[in-house]
Design a binder for this molecule. Structure first.
Ligand code: PMT
Length: 221
């Protein structure tokens, strides 16, 4: 097991959910715990990388030696990502695809709304796609959280977001994925794939970092 595979490499990782405010006390979010992204950050740091972790709201301690930036919304996560200088970008965050079109400055009262309330949503920026399609993009690794046709959807995201690698997990399985301590994934690239059986997110993070580094250094100009 090599300890310095990432030596001299600057890696930015996003983790956790984003929170999209509805009013001062309510928000839209999802079940991401941050465990997968935090494990990837800890492993990358131990493998010699300079790691920045951009984290949505989670309850995990900061991994030692990792520069952690805390954000809430997708827009804040994008701004934090765009402010980084990085060689590798790993997008593990479960970014909310939509946010409320308007954020009420005051708590919304049910007396104003009656029995049926509507929320108008607008699309959030795609953080990964924005970073991957900038003029001199870093080496970009995405995740794909799918509940069906995992391979097809993951390959579609690999193409559409212009990624080097995509890590697909089946989030319909409660034993893995969101909030679980374990995960099982298949990593896809242009002309290959590799599967990793269910294991702790810590172990998986080490194995994934080894694979990411192999591909990064193979493709590096
Ligand atoms: O946090 P845990 O509880 O440990 O769970 C881990 C996980 C299931 C959240 C993780 O393994 C995972 O799958 N993360 C990606 C979740 C996701 O939002 O996937 P997606 O298929 O919707 O998005 C595809 C890719 O685009 C992802 O890399 C995502 O970070 C990125 N994206 C999506 C939307 C958006 N607006 N901006 C993005 O950058």
């Amino acid at each position: 097991h090599r300890t310095n595979v990432w030596q001299g490499t600057r890696i930015t990782i996003t983790a956790g959910p984003t929170r999209e405010a509805i009013d001062p006390v309510r928000y839209i979010s999802n079940h991401s715990s941050g465990k997968m992204g935090y494990a990837l950050a800890a492993a990358a740091q131990q493998l010699g990388a300079e790691v920045t972790l951009i984290s949505g709201p989670v309850t995990l301690p900061s991994p030692p030696g990792v520069n952690v930036i805390h954000v809430e919304s997708a827009e804040q996560m994008l701004a934090a990502a765009q402010a980084q200088t990085m060689d590798v970008f790993v997008s593990c965050a479960a970014v909310a695809d939509y946010r409320p079109a308007e954020v009420s400055q005051q708590k919304i009262k049910k007396e104003q709304k009656g029995d049926d309330a509507q929320l108008t949503l607008v699309k959030n920026p795609d953080i990964l796609k924005t970073i991957a399609t900038q003029p001199q993009p870093p080496f970009c690794i995405g995740f794909a959280a799918e509940t069906e046709k995992v391979r097809q959807h993951a390959l579609d995201k690999l193409q559409r977001k212009q990624l080097q690698l995509i890590v697909a997990n089946d989030v319909s399985d409660k034993q893995i994925g969101f909030n679980s301590d374990n995960n099982a994934v298949t990593v896809y690239w242009q002309d290959g794939e590799q599967s990793f059986a269910a294991q702790s997110k810590q172990n998986l993070a080490n194995a994934l970092n080894e694979l990411f580094a192999q591909h990064y250094f193979k493709n590096k100009p």
